[in-house]
Design a protein around this ligand. Structure first.
Ligand SMILES: *Cc1c(COP(=O)(O)O)cnc(C)c1O
Length: 502
């Protein structure tokens, strides 16, 4: 056990003594209650019976997901096996630490499950276990990223990520000129890089110039809203010029990477993080991959080694997290098995074909797509000059059961009133939509946006007036509900994976 873990162990020992005593008390209480047999019943009634109020809401949500077209680029529908893992007894177990070095007993099977998740995660991304390790415990993508910075960047050390309005993520150090928004900009000093305002492509030259001045400890290559592949080699060059760590956050595109249908960040990165619930289609969780083994040879000819493994593992626990979510880790294991199947590759190819077809369908109808198209699973529609804003587009689409989200486009002045709309194809593709179906989706979107323009003729430009007309004008309401009905009838033909009844 490493020295620092011994220290934690001491602290936890005290904690555990208290906990054991509490358990004793609790057990006595439970026994008293179960004498009347009420506790057992309480604990073994189905959700439907024990909590009809919540059950009804979940059913409504299921119906919403079934009836609508889910085009939020970060969303997907996970599989039945993943959902099953999430509701198993794995949920009940505490297992602080790592396989073979836990702070609680009873972890022989949990250890095997976590090792299985690790092995399959490495295999899914074609990684050699001698060169790469993985931590599968992060609760989600944001905690994974904070763990990476905590591990390898000193307090107030410097990081550079793509600016949020340009397609980066909050956790890439997001702040405005006057306010530090993400904790990754409170605990670390961040300097954003941007996309070129005309082309919408990352301005690598500018990043190179800024990095030379800012001298970051770590550079982040990762996106939440960007429709082109990243030039990881260029990122590597820029990182090397400054002795910086290259950290790729592939949260959005990890499914495409696992399927080998876009370039992999692993070829050039030191550390790679991901969510597991976006294109990767697993449970809501996160993972961190890190290089290990020999890094190179120094001037004296001695081998030097990567030192990320312990730093990252310890940043996750005990640095930031407590007990791993073992139900999620089990679900990661099974999702990573699925990610190695030929059907998964087929799926990811279709995701891209569908996104390209969507871009074509909308371009054909006169819409402007940022960067002129897409290489990945999402597109960004630029509504500037059309009178419609991203917010108004989102609103009308929502009213006709199509879910997308408003987003800034390169050059937007306000993040609160953005001009773009982000649309993704991962969730629709999981439901089985092919290119021809996407043509129909593009037609629905076009009809909705035309309705938005019609509303504006009545309402004028203000959003409050727009919403009022959308919700109250009888002629508009009739048109909206007619379009919604057609969208919902279309959607119903594409089955949702997962449990049938809820
Ligand atoms: C979604 C996303 C995250 C955060 O994931 P959460 O699970 O929502 O915390 C981090 N980085 C990128 C690039 C993302 O797109």
């Amino acid at each position: 056990m490493p020295l620092s873990l011994k220290f934690v162990s001491k602290v936890l020992f005290r904690e555990r003594t208290i906990t054991s005593f509490r358990h004793l008390l609790h057990a006595t209480t439970v026994r008293m209650v179960s004498n009347g047999d009420t506790s057992f019943k309480l604990m073994n009634t189905t959700l439907q019976e024990s909590d009809p109020e919540l059950f009804a809401l979940i059913q409504k949500e299921k119906k919403r997901q079934t009836n609508g077209l889910e085009m939020i680029a970060s969303e997907n529908f996970t599989s039945l096996s993943v959902l099953q893992c999430l509701s198993t007894c794995l949920h009940n177990k505490y297992s602080e630490g790592l396989p073979g070095a836990r702070y609680y007993g009873g972890n022989e099977y949990i250890d095997q499950i976590e090792i299985l998740a690790q092995k399959r995660a490495l295999a899914a991304f074609n990684l050699n276990p001698e060169e790469w390790g993985v931590n599968v415990q992060p609760y989600s993508g944001s905690p994974a990223n904070l763990a990476v910075y905590t591990a390898v960047v000193e307090p107030h050390g410097r990081i550079m990520g793509l600016d949020l309005p340009d397609g980066g993520h909050l956790t890439h150090g997001y702040r405005t000129a006057t306010k530090r928004i993400s904790s990754t900009s409170i605990f670390f000093e961040s300097m954003p890089y941007k996309v070129h305002p005309e082309t919408g492509i990352i301005d690598y030259d500018e990043l190179e110039r800024t990095a030379k001045l800012f001298k970051p400890t770590l550079i982040i290559a990762g996106i939440s809203c960007y429709s082109r592949c990243l030039d990881y080699k260029r990122f590597r060059d820029i990182a090397d010029q400054n002795g910086a760590i290259l950290f790729s956050d592939m949260a959005h595109v990890s499914g495409l990477v696992a399927a080998g249908v876009i370039p992999s960040p692993f070829d050039y990165s030191d550390i790679v993080s991901t969510t597991t619930h976006k294109t990767l289609r697993g449970p809501r969780a996160g993972m961190i991959f890190f290089r290990k083994g020999v890094k190179g040879v120094n001037a004296k000819g001695e081998k030097i080694y990567y030192d990320y493994e312990n730093k990252i593992n310890q940043a996750v626990f005990p640095g930031l997290q407590g007990g791993p979510h073992n139900h999620a880790i089990g679900a990661i294991a099974t999702a990573m098995l699925q990610a190695q199947q030929p059907e998964f590759v087929q799926y990811q190819k279709q995701v891209i074909l569908n996104a390209k077809r969507l871009a074509e369908g909308l371009t054909k109808r006169g819409y402007k797509i940022v960067t002129g198209g897409t290489d990945v699973h999402l597109i960004l529609v630029d509504f500037r000059g059309t009178g419609v804003t991203g917010g108004k587009a989102e609103k009308i689409l929502d009213a006709v059961s199509i879910a997308g989200n408003k987003n800034t486009v390169p050059g937007d002045k306000s993040a609160f009133n953005p001009s773009g709309l982000r649309l993704g194809t991962p969730a629709l593709t999981t439901r089985g939509l092919k290119e021809d179906d996407i043509d129909q989706v593009a037609a629905f979107i076009d009809e909705a946006i035309k309705l938005a323009k019609e509303i504006q003729v009545i309402s004028g430009p203000k959003l409050v007036d727009y919403n009022r007309v959308l919700e109250n004008d009888p002629a508009i309401v009739a048109k909206v509900s007619q379009l919604r009905e057609r969208v919902e009838n279309f959607s119903k033909d594409f089955p949702l994976p997962g449990y049938v009844d809820y």
